[in-house]
Design a protein around this ligand. Structure first.
Ligand SMILES: *Cc1c(COP(=O)(O)O)cnc(C)c1O
Length: 407
């Protein structure tokens, strides 16, 4: 019998909605015109693009002219960072956090090598932003503050509106990586001080390969992709028409499903989480109130996250370790480390991210599978004996210099 897939990895990517795909198809075939062309084949596509842009703008509560289409969330993040630095060449400081997505972290590390000063603001044990540290980091030399809105690994939310208002007061440009937030929490850019916001289509049931960057009207901007006059000269390259059309439909769907995300999906997540917490030596990482409705990050102490994922996958459950941890690496997630999650818990952490496609039956099934998987792995773990963790006094040092347990 084929195992039925239970997809709890919606923060990694989502299934393209059938309505999204259907809307896209004509733009691969009969409606193939270039929107820049003067003739009617171009005109009909240009009109469809305007409509799609309006739909995305409505989801964000902004003006269509404030949206620049990109190829992905990563491109949006890169564009925002480079634009802020290039439009303010005298300012050499960049402020971000210790728990950002690699699209920001690795870019910030690169900028540091180029001589910029990078400040990574910390978080507390629950993943909440250290506002004091952030406030102190805002100097006249600061070109940009970039913070993610919702953490992709824990779902924890940063007080983005508050930070945006603070940055605006201090005259500092503020960008938010809202890739995980869009479609899961209400966003109203008209009534915010956010200068730039990144999103990615594939996290909200549009395809992979389309993203967008909101740039507030009046904000100085420098393009990342220099070429034609597309996107008002802010991003050269012929528009990815079918994907932009798809993102428009996905934006409409996201707006209509926002209530469901925050009721039915949230209830599924909560029930799953409560059930998992009944397994001994299990804990949730991150503040459980100030959080996305669909995400939970759970640590099963004394076992390896990667092994859990492997066994879950065998049972049909798709989840993620949240960390960009390459196999064989001893390093747990940078997010959990920044939060100070203890070593034995950080290693046994997994991320479960639900979506509108999930059902009650799937949660029931998962709650049957998890205890057995965890028990099996603990029975094999050198840190577990009988029904509890091995006492420290029972542990022999392995004498390895790289062992993080012994050292
Ligand atoms: C997925 C994700 C990105 C990257 O988006 P891509 O479209 O894969 O480039 C950036 N930031 C966050 C928070 C994400 O979750």
């Amino acid at each position: 019998m084929e195992t039925k897939t239970i997809y709890f990895d919606n923060n990694a990517t989502t299934e393209v909605d059938p309505q999204v795909l259907e809307a896209m198809l004509p733009y691969f075939q009969s409606r193939y015109g270039n929107p820049s062309s003067i003739h009617h084949k171009g005109g009909e596509v240009a009109a469809a693009l305007r409509e799609a842009r309006k739909k995305l703008a409505d989801l964000l509560g902004c003006d269509p002219s404030e949206i620049i289409y990109t190829s992905c969330g990563t491109e949006s993040d890169n564009t925002a960072m480079w634009s802020a630095l290039r439009t303010q060449p005298d300012k050499r400081r960049l402020v971000t956090s210790r728990v950002e997505h690699s699209a920001i972290i690795n870019n910030a590390a690169f900028l540091k090598r180029l001589g910029y000063q990078v400040i990574e603001v910390g978080v507390d044990r629950e993943g909440l932003l250290d506002m004091d540290q952030l406030t102190k980091a805002l100097t006249p030399d600061t070109a940009l503050v970039s913070l993610l809105w919702a953490n992709n690994e824990t779902g924890v939310l940063f007080p983005i509106e508050e930070v945006a208002a603070l940055c605006s007061e201090r005259g500092v440009v503020f960008h938010t990586d809202a890739v995980q937030a869009v479609g899961k929490i209400p966003i109203d850019l008209k009534n915010s001080k956010i200068d730039m916001l990144s999103l990615a289509g594939h996290k909200l049931h549009a395809p992979k390969g389309i993203g967008a960057l909101y740039v507030r009207k009046g904000l100085k901007f420098a393009p990342f992709m220099i070429g034609g006059h597309q996107e008002n000269g802010r991003r050269g390259g012929t528009e990815n028409v079918p994907y932009i059309i798809g993102l428009g439909v996905a934006a409409d769907l996201a707006a209509s499903r926002l209530p469901e995300e925050n009721t039915r999906v949230k209830a599924l997540r909560d029930r799953l989480e409560e059930g998992l917490l009944k397994i001994p030596f299990t804990m949730v990482n991150g503040n459980r109130t100030f959080r996305l409705p669909n995400t939970t990050n759970v640590s099963f102490e004394y076992i390896e996250g990667e092994s859990i994922l492997f066994h879950l996958s065998h049972e049909g459950i798709c989840a993620s370790s949240g960390s960009a941890c390459t196999s064989g690496s001893l390093e747990p997630s940078h997010v959990l480390r920044a939060m100070g999650v203890p070593f034995t818990a950080a290693h046994g952490s997994i991320r479960l991210s639900l979506g509108v496609g999930n059902t009650d039956e799937e949660v029931d099934k998962a709650l049957e599978i998890f205890p057995a998987v965890v028990k099996k792995l603990r029975d094999l773990s050198p840190f577990w004996k009988d029904d509890g963790p091995v006492q420290e006094s029972d542990l022999l040092s392995c004498d390895s210099e790289v062992c993080q347990v012994c050292n």
